[in-house]
Design a protein around this ligand. Structure first.
Ligand SMILES: *Cc1c(COP(=O)(O)O)cnc(C)c1O
Length: 352
């Protein structure tokens, strides 16, 4: 798997961040692109608010991003790079929000965008991709078939493979989620980060962020990462429970959590290693609990898509409660637990 390291990422000290722009480019010293590119839509620095009814709990509202999901953090990196390389067109594959984010940012970059999606992708997400001017290619069968078609198309000359899964710049975008949590908690690491895990771009981004912050001496201890999957498609949870280093592909059942239904995640081994290195766990949630969590959040004023409710649902898992209590008690930084709300509700039919 390709990654970028050693480009000289050095997190700026907390005191120097005050007064900088209200977007993720305030962490420019830690990013592989030197400064805010022309294609920026003001992504990042999403609100961190107290979680309703959860002591030391925080919700990070990434669904208020420009294209309405956290994928904007990585999409801006790929679109800026594609534009600077002068390519004619870019190819992406997605079960939804990565496609909408790339469609939006590539439109801004003036690069033609084609997105390969599984045929059952939510209408709202398809409509958004088309509105941004992307060519949408519906692929029958599975998410993995969409990925294979995209990879094939990306082999053509003059074409940029804007893969949120494979492109290493994407993770340097998603890592800004971690930098923001650190800054918004006043320069501290939380005890635990609850994160959705499909292809693991937010998990791996956060692992990167807190490793960099620790290496820079900005935090003493990294947060435990709790990765969450839907029970119907949980290759990482199964491998974690078995103690395996590499996940085995699963045959997915139907799930309302379409954004994390990845049967054979290419970065699976990396995700498992990252979670284990922080002393975290992988847990799965049942369908009715996801929908109940979605409804509960909506009643608290926060309308997110079902996929974005899995982390809230996971807080009921006794393993999560035990772990957050244990890490909170021994943490030198804080006992906080941070839960993201990754995608907006209006893209997915409410009947879901
Ligand atoms: C993409 C996405 C996820 C999962 O992210 P991965 O990188 O696949 O782990 C979770 N929730 C929402 C709303 C998403 O768009």
């Amino acid at each position: 798997m390709l990654d970028v390291a050693e480009f000289g990422a050095r997190p700026a000290a907390l005191e120097t961040l005050a007064g900088r722009g209200n977007d993720l480019w305030r962490y420019a010293e830690a990013l592989p692109l030197p400064a805010r590119p022309a294609v920026s839509l003001g992504e990042g620095l999403t609100p961190l608010i107290p979680a309703p009814g959860l002591e030391h709990g925080w919700l990070k509202l990434d669904f208020v991003s420009p294209t309405l999901s956290f994928k904007d953090r990585g999409a801006v990196m790929l679109a800026a790079l594609a534009r600077s390389l002068g390519v004619r067109r870019a190819i992406a594959d997605s079960s939804g929000n990565a496609g909408t984010a790339l469609a939006g940012y590539l439109a801004r970059a003036g690069v033609a965008c084609e997105v390969f999606v599984p045929a059952d992708t939510s209408e709202g997400k398809l409509a958004q991709m088309r509105a941004h001017g992307a060519t949408v290619r519906l692929v029958e069968h599975t998410r993995a078939d969409a990925a294979r078609s995209a990879m094939h198309a990306a082999g053509e000359d003059g074409t940029f493979y804007a893969s949120h899964v494979f492109h290493p710049y994407f993770l340097h975008g998603t890592k800004t989620y971690g930098y923001e949590v650190w800054e918004q908690l006043g320069g501290r690491a939380p005890a635990a980060l609850v994160l959705p895990a499909g292809n693991g771009t937010l998990v791996l981004g956060c692992a990167l962020a807190f490793s960099e912050l620790q290496a820079a001496g900005a935090i003493a201890r990294r947060p435990a990462i709790i990765g969450v999957q839907a029970r119907a498609c949980a290759p990482l949870v199964e491998a974690f429970t078995r103690g395996d280093a590499v996940p085995a592909p699963v045959v997915p059942g139907p799930t309302v959590a379409e954004g994390i239904a990845i049967a054979d995640p290419p970065r699976g081994a990396q995700i498992l290693a990252a979670v284990r290195a922080t002393g975290g766990v992988m847990v799965s949630v049942e369908e009715p609990d996801v929908l109940q969590a979605r409804d509960e959040l909506a009643r608290a004023g926060l309308f997110v898509e079902p996929t974005a409710a899995v982390c809230w649902a996971a807080l009921r898992d006794p393993q999560v409660a035990d772990l957050t209590e244990a890490t909170g008690a021994q943490s030198s930084d804080s006992g906080d637990i941070v839960v993201p709300l990754c995608g907006a509700g209006l893209k997915v039919p409410a009947a879901h």
